[in-house]
Structure formats: C-alpha cells, structure tokens
Ligand binder design. Structure first.
Ligand SMILES: *Cc1c(COP(=O)(O)O)cnc(C)c1O
Length: 430
C-alpha cells in the first residue's frame, strides 16, 4: 500500500501548520508514523491521497452517523447553497431544528445553537454559574468536554493521547474552581457532595464516556449524580456532544432514563458541518441574553448550511428502527472481534453503547474505570492499528478514542473489518 502522497503532503503541512494538523487527535503521535491525508469519503469508506480505500470507524470523530455523502444530506446542502450562506439574522430552519431537538430530547425545553461542542460546554457552564450564583464546578477523570480552560483538567481524548492532561496557558485560578472526581464512583461522589455540595454550580459528565475510549456508566452512577445535584441545587449537565442522537435517538439520557437540567450536543446535529448546541430547562435557558443577563453570542451561530445538514440528518435518523439496526450491526462487529481475539489468544475486551464502541487490549473482563483504561496495553493497540490500516480499516489513531459505526456500514464492511482483525490479532507480538 503506497502512502507517498500522504507523506509528501505531511512534509508540506508541517511547514505552516503546527504539527501538520488542525486538531491534535489527527496526529499519529499515539500510534507512530505519519498521518494520512484524505481526499474523499464515500458511504462507509475513506479514500486517501494515494487512492487507498479504508472502512472508516472515525466518522469525522462522531458526526457522520449516515456515512459520507449521504444523498439526503448532500441534497439539503445543495439547496441551501443556492439560498445563501449567512444572514446574521434568524431563519425558519433554525426554528425547525430547535423544535426537532426538543422533540427528540424532551429534557430540552429551549436550545441555543453555537458553532462547536467546546462552545456549547463553555456556554453551559457560564449559564449554570449565572443561574446558581456559584463558581465551583465538578467534572470526572477521563471525560473530555472540549478545550475550555477550566475543563482541561484530567481531560480525555487528545489530552490523554499526548500525555498532557493539563495544558499550559490555563490560569491556576480557573482550574482551582474545577473539582475532578473518579468516573463511575458513586461513593466518591457521595462524600464530595456531603462536604462541598452547596458550593457547586454544576456537574458536567459524559453520560457514556467516549473520550477515554468507550466506558458506559455503572448502574446507579448517573442516578446518584441526579440525586446529589437535586438535593444541593447544583445544575446537572449531560455532555452529549458525542452520545447525543448516536447511542440512541434520544441520546444517553433516554437509555438510562435520567433527566439532566442542561444538555450539550454537537457532532451528529451538524451532519458533518461545524455546530454545537446547549439546551435544557426553560427556567435556566431564559437567563441567556437577550432574555437574561448571562451573555452568549455567535456571528455564525445557526449557520444555514450547518442547520440544513443537521436537520436533514436528524430527520433521516428518526426513521423507525434506524438506531436498532445500527446497534445490532455494531454488536455483530464487537462479537466478531471478540471471537477472533479469543481464537488468537489475545487478551481483549469490548464495550458498546448503540453505535459507539471501545476495544481494549487488557486481561480485564469488564472495563468501567479510568484506571483500567490507562493500564491497557498501548503497544498492542499501536501494532493492531497499523495492521488494520494496512488491511483497509481506518481506526482513530489513539487507544483512547471511541469508534463509530454508521448506517452505511453493511455486512460487507463488517466482514472486511473482521478479516483484517483476524490478521491483526495473529500478527501481534505475544
Ligand atoms: C467532541 C466533544 C466535545 C468538543 O466538541 P468540539 O466540536 O470538538 O469543540 C465536547 N464534549 C464531548 C463529549 C465531545 O466528544
């Protein structure tokens, strides 16, 4: 498999782009080698600059639940292109997507669109602080909520891959207000709240952690969060930027049946275009400008193109049975991988929630804790990653990212992946 064009583009890229990439998770630091450059996506496949084809399990890092270039999304974009790109004023489609989001996630009574997930979490925290009149916030180890200053403490995703859990340039005064608790640990939560509960503005959590690989919530963890927040008057924020409309049509909150006060979303709601949103209880949301005194704004917020792609996506995935089929297909991928790892005698386990999955090179039978994720065999992952790549399967270039299946992934793509995995497991150093 030739990678000459990618290699050449990377040499050019590093000259004027820091590290050659516009987001650190795209670099191959976590796996070694040079990042690939892509020129096209088709359904479940990516095509790189050397015309190699790969089954894609990155899906734009989450948005592409319909695969690449779904005709329904492309058509909506073509129509909007002819109508204009930015008006600096409201459009009918913004009303429609807001109605649709509130219909699919009933805990959201009002919603504000922004242009990225980071902006959504940043704004939701400001709102929670404004609403409660408190400054302290709580997050969990290994959870990533975008590159918001006060949230870059023990964060997941690129921050984990690069081994830089804390970033330079973040004033200590900001992170002093951020408390980090272990994920899935209800006892730690209990004692923390008993002591500090009345000073907490909000608790932000990924209801299924997807930035330390994929770690579902332990039973009762989200329930405990809900109870402590209600008892102490803290705002419970579910960061569903990744899980929203992916793990189920109604997001993780519909699966675990917990109603957060605020929810942040992104990724899927833009169908591949830049977008984010935060929403929730009317009483809280009405504190945002222009109704209230929590300021929040955006020149391109509600971008007609992003809204057109997002609305088309949300309508298409609302078809009955859409998520059931996606979940089932992801399930057969996971059981197929497990079978092949077992046959090859490789200690391996998987997690899955809907169309989101995680693979772990570990002796543990179940992965529920950040520390278990961190003790996985990263060298094995690197080796596995490269053999998969050589056999036409593109995984996220890090042992700490979740994988994504789209509706364009059919039996054929799953089989191709399992065949590649069989080779990859066999080729692993024992
Ligand atoms: C991707 C992600 C974000 C950040 O979204 P951006 O659009 O990259 O700013 C925030 N929270 C979670 C859970 C995410 O997965």
């Amino acid at each position: 498999m030739s990678n000459n064009n990618s290699r050449h583009l990377f040499e050019l890229a590093v000259k004027h782009i820091p590290g050659g990439v516009n987001s650190p998770v795209r670099a191959f630091k976590g796996v070694g080698g040079n990042p690939l450059f892509f020129k096209a996506g088709q359904d479940a496949y990516l095509i790189d600059a050397d015309n190699n084809r790969y089954v894609d399990y990155v899906g734009g890092f989450g948005p592409l639940i319909l695969g690449h270039c779904h005709e329904g999304v492309t058509e909506a974009l073509r129509n909007q292109l002819q109508q204009g790109l930015a008006f600096g004023a409201s459009t009918e489609a913004e009303v429609q997507i807001a109605d649709k989001i509130c219909e699919l996630m009933p805990s959201i009574e009002k919603v504000r669109l922004v242009t990225s997930g980071t902006e959504a979490t940043m704004s939701a925290i400001r709102l929670a602080r404004g609403y409660t009149g408190r400054d302290r916030i709580v997050k969990f180890e290994g959870c990533y909520h975008g590159h918001v200053d006060g949230l870059l403490v023990k964060a997941g995703s690129g921050a984990l891959t690069l081994g830089e859990p804390d970033s330079l340039g973040v004033p200590k005064a900001y992170t002093d207000l951020t408390h980090v608790l272990p994920y899935n640990d209800s006892a730690a939560l209990e004692s923390f709240f008993a002591e500090n509960g009345d000073e907490i503005a909000c608790v932000m959590v990924e209801p299924v952690a997807g930035n330390m690989n994929c770690v579902p919530p332990a039973s009762c963890f989200l329930q405990a969060l809900r109870e402590h927040c209600s008892k102490h008057g803290a705002v419970l924020i579910f960061d569903e930027v990744m899980t929203g409309f992916r793990v189920a049509l109604g997001g993780a909150q519909s699966i675990y049946d917990i109603e957060p006060d605020l929810t942040t979303i992104g990724k899927v709601i833009g169908g591949g275009l830049p977008i984010g949103a935060f929403g929730g209880k009317q009483e809280i949301m009405d504190m945002i400008a222009p109704l209230g005194s929590v300021y929040q704004a955006g020149t391109l917020a509600g971008s007609p193109l992003a809204v057109a792609a997002g609305l088309a996506t949300l309508n298409l995935i609302s078809e009955p049975g859409f998520h059931e089929q996606l979940t089932q297909r992801t399930g057969s991928l996971m059981s197929g991988l497990q079978e092949r790892a077992d046959q090859a005698g490789i200690p391996f386990t998987t997690n899955q929630v809907g169309a989101m999955f995680g693979c772990f090179f570990t002796e543990e039978k179940e992965v529920t804790q950040f520390s278990q994720v961190m003790s996985c065999n990263v060298d094995r992952f690197k080796h596995y990653f490269h053999t998969m790549l050589d056999n036409g399967v593109y995984l996220a270039p890090s042992a700490f990212e979740a994988g994504f299946v789209s509706s364009a992934h059919g039996e054929k793509e799953i089989q191709l992946t399992l065949d590649a995995a069989e080779k990859a497991f066999a080729a692993l150093p024992k």
